[in-house]
Design a protein around this ligand. Structure first.
Ligand code: GDP
Ligand code: MG
Length: 731
């Protein structure tokens, strides 16, 4: 039967491979569709669970017929009439026998039908014989040698030439790969066995011939003393004449078929002993075969270990690409989302990232291992590590991206939460504990960060530690805390200033009001030379010091409660003192406003003039020394003007040591701490204003003006008193 024969480049479906696949065509081209064929036949995923058999022998000795009978294949056979070569190159087919898959035969047997090359059709093509022998030895566990019974013992025959070639190329291969070169089984199938000569005799003859060939070989140095049994095992079978004894032929072939089963022991007659297996994983077979064939065709030294390494590299890369598809599917969405977050400046914590990273990494590695671990150990180990680092580069980026998002969000949440809590505290009253708020919020954010980080840890990944990141997060929390604390210090300072302001407003106001009573605010009866009035500045200064000291004390306690540093406290107190002085001065200035002061002076004068020592209002009589009392009261009140003009202590007749009290600017103060400060004369020397000037409350010109106006007012009061005295007489 010479039906359609599938060949290079034109096949896609299983049906089209009815005759198997022509792995090597007559022009010695390798068929790139082999991988597809193995996939269609379901052999590719079999790992090592497949077998390869090649058949050798002279042309037209019934090889293809035998294979078809044994394995249910449809290799082309010569028709009885034509006697013309049919098998060209090398064909391969999967076992199609009914017995396949029923334990009678092993799984996934691949059979290679090799073009016979005794030269009848191809002339002196010894070249292909050598190449196909090399190819078969590099791939096959079993080499079936098909031989007519009548050829046995014909030492010079074509078969013996072929075997010589097989032995030679085997030695060649062995030289390159002394360690792992597996043994091969030479399975002699003697055809047209008449039965006259028992198989055992035929076997002995063959072994004798083989040994003879072997000893006649030109062995490479080092292998001179090697024996044929060092490399080959032998098996023998005989089959009856197919045409003369067709039924017996079928029977015997069926029996022979049972030897192609999975071995149970070492010598149960099965031909598939593990030691023959080439250990090329099925999914790499086509690549391996192609590489081998390429070396052979180009007459390069065929070095199987190198081929296996190349295969391993190729396949491991291929498998890496395959498993990375699944990795990408799972990981790319996270990467995109993270990139979006960064691009939009809104970093996001990606939910489920940790689980996805862990399972994807594990699954990807497992998928890789499943297929790749069958290949060359060294290459596999290296490629596995490469795959790991390939994944880890991306996982690490996700890891750090996630941590950086957690970091940014954590910092924001921290300052927001603290601010919110402070605001809530302020609403409830000033008595919130800033230090406690910070500690609580910080703790919550730290544990959130840690939890987030731990959820994306990958066991065994060298980069997968977050101590460094945690440290950075903690550090920035501290920095933000510092900033928030400075804000809080400002708030505290403002509160303290206000408190000082309201306290001073009251006490200084009282002092000035007291002036109006003419008793100097002491409650003592007014007298010409009132010590109480003279010490008004002493009292104000004392009250001021006391008030500020109290404020300082409160400030210090509060500031320390939220861990303000000694330095920060020092700066805060310095600022508080300066601001308090400014507050005091403003209050005094308010009291000293012209109208206010004139009123006070008039009240003071009237108090002294119109009331007697007991505080009883005077009813003027013409006999009264109105003028004397007037002069006395006026002079007494007039002394207030110079007194009030300068903030001076009574004892020293000089201003209080404001500069000493405020103190030098603390070394820890920043420009920002000075920004809103009003210069104080005698304290800030560079301002060019002296302490005298700072403490001058009424300027000389104003003093004169005030004196003049007061005198006029006093005169008016005097005139009025005079009039009332006269009026009293006429009454
Ligand atoms: P191949 O070239 O070795 O593959 O041989 P084929 O299988 O194509 O068969 C060549 C010829 O031998 C065909 O005409 C077959 O019918 C014939 N043939 C096949 N098997 C046997 C056999 O067992 N005995 C004999 N005598 N002829 C056979
Ligand atoms: Mg054939």
């Amino acid at each position: 039967m010479n039906g359609h024969i599938a060949s290079v480049g034109e096949v896609t479906t299983r049906e089209q491979y009815g005759h198997g696949i022509q792995v090597i065509d007559e022009d010695q081209n390798f068929n790139g569709h082999l991988a597809k064929y193995l996939a269609l036949e379901d052999v590719a995923p079999a790992g090592f669970n497949y077998h390869l058999i090649s058949v050798f022998g002279s042309q037209s000795t019934g090889k293809s017929t035998l294979l078809n009978q044994l394995f249910g294949t449809h290799f082309g056979v010569m028709s009885e009439q034509e006697r013309r070569q049919t098998t060209k190159g090398i064909w391969l087919s999967k076992n199609k026998s009914q017995n396949a898959g029923q334990k009678i035969m092993a799984d996934n047997i691949l059979v290679m039908d090799v073009e016979g090359t005794d030269g009848r059709e191809r002339g002196e093509d010894q070249d292909f014989e050598r190449k196909s022998a090399l190819f078969a030895l590099a791939t096959s566990e079993v080499l079936i040698v098909n031989i007519w019974e009548h050829q046995v013992g014909l030492y010079q025959g074509a078969n013996m030439g072929l075997l010589k070639v097989v032995f030679e190329v085997n030695l060649e291969l062995f030289l390159k790969d002394q360690k792992s070169s597996p043994r091969s089984l030479l399975f002699f199938v003697i055809r047209d066995h008449l039965g006259a000569t028992p198989l055992s005799n035929l076997k002995n003859t063959l072994i004798a011939d083989l040994t003879k060939i072997w000893s006649g070989l030109n062995k490479p140095s080092g292998l001179e003393n090697s024996k044929i049994g060092d490399y080959f095992d032998f098996a023998f079978a005989a089959l009856p004449h197919k045409i003369l004894q067709p039924e017996r032929f079928v029977e015997e072939v069926a029996k022979l078929g049972t030897r192609f089963r999975e071995p149970v022991g070492d010598s149960d007659g099965s031909v598939f002993l593990p030691k023959y297996h080439r250990r090329i994983p099925a999914d790499g077979f086509s690549v391996y075969a192609e590489g081998v064939w390429e070396q052979i065709v180009n007459n390069k030294d065929l070095d199987l270990p190198t081929q296996q390494e190349l295969l391993a590299q190729f396949r491991c890369d291929e498998i890496t690409r395959e498993v990375m598809v699944g990795f990408d599917e799972a990981i790319t969405p996270f990467e995109n989302k993270q990139a979006d977050g960064i691009r939009l400046g809104a970093p996001e914590i990606l939910g489920g990232l940790g689980a996805a990273m862990r399972t994807t990494r594990m699954r990807t590695l497992k998928n890789f291992e499943g297929d790749a671990s069958r290949y060359h150990k060294g290459v596999y180990t290296r490629k596995r590590a490469e795959l790991e680092s390939k994944m880890d580069v991306r996982l690490k980026a996700l890891f750090t991206g996630q941590l950086s998002a957690a970091h940014k969000l954590g910092i924001n949440a921290f300052s927001e939460s603290v601010s919110a809590a402070v605001k809530a505290g302020q609403k409830k009253g000033a008595n919130y504990d800033f230090g406690e708020i910070v500690a609580e919020v910080k703790k919550a954010q730290l544990s959130k960060f840690e939890k987030e980080a731990k959820s994306i840890l990958l066991e065994g990944a060298s980069w997968s530690v977050f101590n460094q990141e945690l440290k950075l997060f903690r550090k920035e929390l501290d920095e933000v805390t510092g900033r928030l604390r400075r804000d809080e210090m400002r708030r505290l300072a403002t509160r303290s200033e206000r408190w000082v302001q309201s306290r001073l407003g009251e006490s200084v106001g009282l002092e000035f009001n007291a002036l109006g009573s003419g008793r100097g605010g002491s409650g003592a009866p007014a007298e010409g030379d009132q010590p109480a009035e003279k010490e008004i500045w002493d009292r104000i200064w004392k009250t001021f010091l006391k008030t500020v000291a109290e404020a300082e004390n409160r400030f210090t306690i509060r500031a320390k409660s939220f861990d303000a540093s000694a330095n920060e406290v020092e700066v805060g107190l310095w600022r508080l003192r300066r601001k308090s002085w400014v507050v005091l001065k403003a209050k005094i200035e308010e009291e000293m406003m012209e109208g206010n002061l004139l009123l006070k002076l008039r009240e003071n004068f009237e108090d002294k003039f119109r009331y007697d020592e007991a505080g009883v209002p005077r009813i003027w009589r013409p006999t009264d020394d109105i003028e004397g009392l007037y002069t006395k009261a006026r002079e007494s009140t007039l002394t207030l003007i110079p007194l009030l003009s300068r903030f001076q202590l009574h004892d020293t007749s000089s201003p209080p040591a404001l500069d000493e009290w405020i103190g030098h600017m603390p070394s820890g103060a920043t420009p920002a701490d000075e920004e809103d400060l009003i210069p104080i004369g005698g304290v800030d020397e560079e301002e060019g204003k002296s302490l005298e000037e700072e403490t001058t409350m009424i300027s000389d010109s104003k003093r004169q003006d005030l004196t003049g106006r007061f005198k006029k007012t006093a005169d008016g009061v005097y005139v009025e008193a005079k009039r009332s005295a006269i009026g009293g007489v006429t009454q």
